[in-house]
Write a protein that binds this ligand. Structure first.
Ligand code: ATP
Ligand code: MG
Length: 137
């Protein structure tokens, strides 16, 4: 078993797609190990996406991530990091395969509905950024 960190981003929460996305997560066989709705401040979003701080889209990305509530989760499954990224689809919804969450719920590369960790080290950092030990047993 492996754990990954996932977000239902503010655009998906705003369009009331969170329930449908959660159903797809459970339907794909992930166990939801932790879940909380939060509204990130701009500095919290900057800390979360610090690896992108030198990118041209950093300001827009962190404005978006702090624009409204999102749902943060710990998902568990065999090969969860890769499985979750496969279910999300490509970063740009226009390039995402049919049947993926970003294809079905994303509107553009900056409003792309979901986030997923890209490696075990980032999953560990991201889970620790949002969840305290006693929330993650
Ligand atoms: P995420 O980290 O959100 O799961 P990802 O790993 O598929 O997405 P990253 O390269 O880590 O993609 O980029 C983080 C986020 O920054 C993307 O989800 C997207 O919203 C935004 N982003 C990435 N590239 C661009 C770009 N060229 N223009 C605008 N926004 C971008
Ligand atoms: Mg990423």
């Amino acid at each position: 078993m492996q754990r990954t960190f996932a977000i239902i981003k503010p655009d998906a929460v705003r369009k009331q797609a969170a329930g449908q996305i959660l159903a797809r997560i459970e339907g794909a066989g992930f166990a939801v190990r932790a879940l909380r709705m939060i509204h990130m401040s701009k500095p919290e979003a900057e800390g979360f996406y610090h690896v992108h701080r030198d990118k041209p889209f950093f300001g827009g990305l962190t404005d978006f991530m702090s624009s409204g509530p999102c749902i943060v989760m710990c998902l568990e499954a065999p090969d969860a990091i890769r499985q979750w990224r496969d279910l999300m689809g490509a970063t740009d919804p226009a390039k995402a395969a049919p049947g993926t969450l970003r294809k079905d719920f994303g509107a553009s590369i900056d409003n792309n509905a979901t986030h997923g960790s890209d490696a075990p080290e980032t999953a560990a950092f991201e889970l620790g950024y949002f969840f305290r030990g006693m929330e993650l047993r």
